[in-house]
Design a protein around this ligand. Structure first.
Ligand code: 5GP
Length: 117
């Protein structure tokens, strides 16, 4: 597996070199809105520590990212009137990953809407 690239776009966001619409932050994780949302409120949750994806992320960081994803999922029910939540995470190009800093998608869904994958 390739090693972590410090120049990936999310590393730049984490360093404050590029802007984001921040939704949540703590000492170990950052969450911000996806620039091409598949639904209103589509949020990405990242560990602050470098990790390419699930294959090299320390288990504690991975667990924390999912705890934050859970908080955001619960908040999205109230904030967006979501009827359901998709939680998605891609690993390596063959697994659909495009940006190589681990991130979890939290996507609010409405009943009866066409669902983009
Ligand atoms: P993935 O690696 O999960 O397949 O896709 C990367 C996700 O990051 C996509 O949903 C894409 O819209 C989002 N994304 C890519 N570049 C940026 C960016 O500069 N800012 C934000 N907020 N989202 C981005």
């Amino acid at each position: 597996m390739p090693s972590y690239d410090q120049n990936n776009i999310f590393a730049k966001i984490l360093r404050g070199e590029l802007p984001c619409h921040k939704v949540y932050e703590d000492d170990k994780a950052l969450a911000f809105l996806d620039i091409m949302p598949r639904a209103p409120g589509h949020t990405l949750v990242l560990p602050k520590a470098p990790a390419r994806n699930i294959l090299d992320c320390p288990p504690d960081d991975l667990a924390h990212v999912h705890k934050v994803a859970q908080k955001i999922a619960k908040a999205a029910i109230g904030a967006f009137g979501a009827d359901g939540i998709t939680v998605q995470q891609f690993n390596e190009s063959a697994g659909g990953q495009v940006v190589f800093h681990l991130h979890v998608h939290v996507i609010p869904r409405k009943a009866g809407e066409m669902m983009k994958p």
